[in-house]
Design a protein around this ligand. Sequence first.
Ligand code: AMP
Length: 423
Amino acid sequence: MAKYQKVKGTQDFFEKSILKLRYLENTMRRIAKNYGYNEIKTPIFEHTDVFVRIGDDSDIVTKEMYTFLDKGNRSITLRPEGTAAVVRSYLENKLYAKTSPMKLFYFGPMFRYERPQAGRYREFHQFGVEVFGKSTPLLDCDVIISANQIFQELGIKNYHLKINTIGDNESRKLYSEKLVEYFEEHINHLCSDCKRRINKNPLRILDCKVDGNNPIIKNAPKIHDFLNQESKDYFSEVLSILDYYQVDYIVDENLVRGLDYYTDLVFEFIIESNDELDGLAFCGGGKYANLVESFGGMDIPGIGYAIGVERLLSIVDSQDGWNDKIENDIDVLIISLDKLSKLKALEIAYLLRLHNIPTEIDYEHYTMKHQFKLADKLNPKFLIIIGEEERKNNIVSIKDNETKVEETISQEKIISYLKGKLL
Ligand code: AMP
């Protein structure tokens, strides 16, 4: 057993798993770019206060943050999510003065001290988008559609979009008061966390992780009975746009999401499967009318979502969905059969690499047998073979590893030959 082991709830990515992670990242980046999002990269840690803003009663803030004092006695927190830091940066860099809406995406590791289990890690990656400055049903739908397109392009099957509205500030206030009344009547049937939440944030009780099937919670008053006309109209417009674009959804009146900053629209993408991933949310998001203001900024609306990349990876794994998406990156392996040929091999490899053709050579063996073993491992698209005879005649043997067709070409022609075939 290795002397040192990774910290519980973290993962190493290498070989296939790193190719999968990068494939997901690249797909999400490409689609975000197509939808007009620009990347933002914020630090991995922030002043703790930044995250306390997202809800001082949420599980994330009260139980799951990696918080420490640095040597200057500042309270620092490893980011548990992306939105708060992006809002901080948006205000600090006055991005609101640039364009509106400001459409941003981020990709990076997040840290939460959670109990490790399927799809739940202490370090995990999120890809997320945030849009600030405008609030229209069309924009909201465009945001949801961009997430949906990512899942479609990845070929994910058997997932559904759950969506709900928790109303604007006015509706939410009225509803909160009703919930407080209702839960106070049934306080004895609530878990200790929820008892505490009654007065701080009664909506969060609907999202209880301790006892999600509690009938008291299931039968609680529903937000839809307390929505004002504006909130109702907004939500039905969102739904009708989704209908128009044939994006399937399920309206779930108990969906409130874990963080306090959401208003109006909330949504989650959930996977259905016959393994331990069943019911897992792999993307969550919503609108936030008050978040920017609560950071001391202006009254600027926002909407965003975050995708859990490890969960996405497990889903594609469980659906056998990689096919040829994570091919080995090596295009050419050069096999060389004596000492001088090895020098020539390195020279040819250098040239190919200058032309962006990923190339590997064998550094130590002289026999075909050993080097074919390496070829089996790397599975390159082409094999170049060079021995004494080829060296003397300035030629190489070049073999298409798939069709097994072998040709002899002059060394000057290698680049043009491969470029023609690798395109
Ligand atoms: P949240 O910020 O809690 O809404 O999370 C957004 C997405 O990140 C979720 O839908 C998950 O896919 C993912 N996620 C959240 N927590 C974890 C975790 N501990 N490990 C892995 N993925 C997570």
